[in-house]
Design a protein around this ligand. Structure first.
Ligand SMILES: Nc1ncnc2c1ncn2[C@@H]1O[C@H](COP(=O)(O)OP(=O)(O)OP(=O)(O)O)[C@@H](O)[C@H]1O
Ligand SMILES: [Mg+2]
Length: 561
């Protein structure tokens, strides 16, 4: 972070590292660099510097604490300086202490120290009065990443065809691609700090270069041609367009500096990818979004905000899908983990993973912490004969402890999904823990029609040609207009969303068997897939009582809103 302020009479910043012998001879100029995304922290620093310039008397009168030292605290790469430096030698520390004592009453000198973790600082910094001011730079949340990315991308030539969906394609002339890319990339980069974002943009750009300059035949003539095509005059702007795939490549290459161990990147799923369940979807949005975005409204009313939510219900009805969509919408970080990934056979490892996960969520607030397949962690306690709990017991109590620990902390919302609510220990469902329960039922006919509309698209010759020429994949099944979706919705009783997706996948395979060049799925392909699948679904329904599943939490409804 560099300070540049117009009214400044702070003209010099001296920088010292362990190699400096404290004669203040190095003069680092104030650079006109922008502290994009760090405006708050920059203001805090400037305020501190000016505050210390206030007259001593006034400070005494107001009984204000004064200190020449400021510590800027933040993980590697968040933007404390261009390069992080450290001071760790005892003799230097002694010198420094002496000097701090000397300048104690000098309002014109300030000492600023940067650190990744305040905990590891020598006592001189952490305990003494010399450095009693502190500025924290947090790992950026989604919104902040978006701002940083839009600065980084502002001179990029970006390709529009990969990121637009069909509707946007029609009127995309005025669309600001930098904004679109910044938003999409900010969603794909939880845990990234400014350094990683810069790296991401550079890598994507390099990758786009290699596409244009690549040649298999390095004969001397080709090299001459290639070099001349690189000269400035011949260089058409067109040739250096960076596309979405370049960014995907770059994303796959970057290792995070702040070791986020859990998979927090996610597939991009929007609310439009979910068919049916309109009321439930809206309820989930409010329940999770409000406490994270407007916590002060709850405190003002004296109401405890909801802290956790469990979605439960039969497999394949879109529970995971709904929560993933939730993650794509808001300026909220999102950590997702499967219960089975946490369970480890090694002693203590699962507990440690859970603690780490919560610690990470605390770093990334506002944050949604999503445990998919919660039943593998929150399994009912099964006391063994000798009175000691097994692995599950220890894991569960760690989970309960951590959940209680964050109760007072705003900014973390915990979500769990399961199709085996009967296995989940009741203790997890007490108020203050997972205190909201939503049952995701089998889709009714209306839901199924909406799901069918969501997962298919009618064949349109013009559009298909355009897309094929640009190599844009179709995300939805392309169907012939003779397929009546309403009728199909009525004929697919007891099908889940997942079954409907399978139906069209199978129909697509049937279409390809018919003709390897076919461009759309015909009614006969669906009919052929429908019969065996209907039989399977019926068999499943016979040994699956959704009513039991639904009522499993009945006793909790009295306790819950
Ligand atoms: N309402 C829906 N709209 C669109 N697609 C759906 C819907 N429900 C399910 N699907 C499709 O089925 C797939 C599986 O759904 P999902 O993983 O969300 O089910 P789930 O309820 O989490 O199941 P499980 O309990 O087995 O984890 C989704 O990836 C999606 O392709
Ligand atoms: Mg699921």
């Amino acid at each position: 972070m560099s300070i540049n302020n117009d009214k400044s009479d702070i003209t010099k910043i001296y920088k010292f590292t362990e190699n400096t012998n404290f004669n203040f001879e190095r003069d680092i100029k104030l650079e006109q660099r922008n502290a994009w995304g760090l405006e708050n922290e920059k203001q805090q620093l400037i305020d501190l510097l000016y505050y210390n310039k206030m007259e001593n008397k006034l400070q005494e009168q107001l009984n204000l604490q004064k200190s020449n030292g400021i510590i800027i605290n933040g993980a590697i790469g968040v933007g404390k300086s261009k390069s992080d430096s450290e001071i760790n030698k005892m003799s230097i520390l002694k010198d420094l202490e002496k000097m701090m004592e000397q300048i104690k009453n000098d309002n014109s000198i300030h000492v600023i120290g940067l650190t990744e973790n305040k905990k590891f600082l020598p006592e001189l910094f952490s305990k003494s009065q010399y450095f009693s001011n502190e500025i924290n730079i947090d790992i950026p949340n989604r919104k902040e990443r978006e701002i940083q990315l839009s600065y980084l991308l502002k001179d990029f030539l970006l390709d529009k065809s990969y990121v637009m969906n069909d509707e946007e394609e029609n009127d995309n002339d005025n669309i600001n691609l930098v904004e679109v890319y910044a938003k999409i990339l900010s969603e794909l980069t939880p845990g990234y700090v400014r350094k990683n974002l810069i790296q991401l943009c550079n890598l994507a750009k390099q990758h786009s270069f290699s596409r244009y300059n690549h040649t298999d035949n390095l004969e001397i003539d080709n090299i001459v041609d290639m070099l001349s095509s690189l000269s400035l005059q011949n260089q058409k702007k067109q040739e250096f367009i960076v596309n979405y795939n370049d960014f995907l490549y770059a994303l796959s290459q970057i290792k995070l500096s702040n070791s986020i161990d859990f998979e927090s990147k996610r597939e991009k799923i929007s609310w439009n990818d979910i068919g049916g369940y309109k009321e439930i979807v809206e309820k989930i949005q409010h329940l999770v979004r409000w406490p994270l975005l407007y916590p002060e409204t709850y405190t003002k009313l004296g109401v405890k905000p909801p802290s956790g939510l469990i979605l439960y219900g039969p497999s394949g009805c879109g529970k995971t899908l709904m929560i993933n969509a939730l993650s794509s919408d808001y300026s909220i970080n999102f950590i997702t983990v499967k219960g089975s990934e946490i369970m480890s056979k090694y002693l203590g490892e699962s507990e440690q993973k859970i603690r780490k996960l919560f610690a990470q969520a605390r770093k990334l607030t506002p944050c949604i912490l999503f445990f998919d397949e919660l039943d593998s962690i929150g399994t009912k306690r099964n006391w063994s004969d000798d009175g000691t709990g097994g692995v599950d017991e220890r894991v569960l109590s760690t989970m309960l402890n951590e959940m209680d620990g964050i109760q007072e902390r705003q900014g973390i919302f915990i979500i769990g999904c399961t199709n085996r609510p009967d296995l989940i220990d009741d203790a997890l469902l007490r108020p203050g823990r997972f205190d909201h329960l939503i049952y995701i039922d089998m889709p009714n006919t209306e839901d199924r029609l909406d799901i069918l509309k969501t997962i298919t698209q009618p064949y349109n010759e013009e559009k298909m040609k355009l897309k094929n020429s640009k190599n844009i994949p179709n995300k939805k099944a392309v169907i012939d207009s003779s397929i009546n979706l309403s009728l199909l919705a009525q004929r697919t009783n007891n099908f889940t969303g997942s079954d409907l997706v399978v139906l069209f996948r199978q129909a697509g395979i049937n279409a390809l068997h018919d003709d390897i060049n076919s461009e759309k799925i015909l009614l006969r392909h669906v009919e052929k897939a429908l019969f065996p699948l209907t039989q399977k679904v019926q068999e499943r329904e016979q040994d699956y009582d959704t009513q039991v599943l639904k009522n499993c939490y009945k006793k909790f409804y009295e306790n819950h809103v």
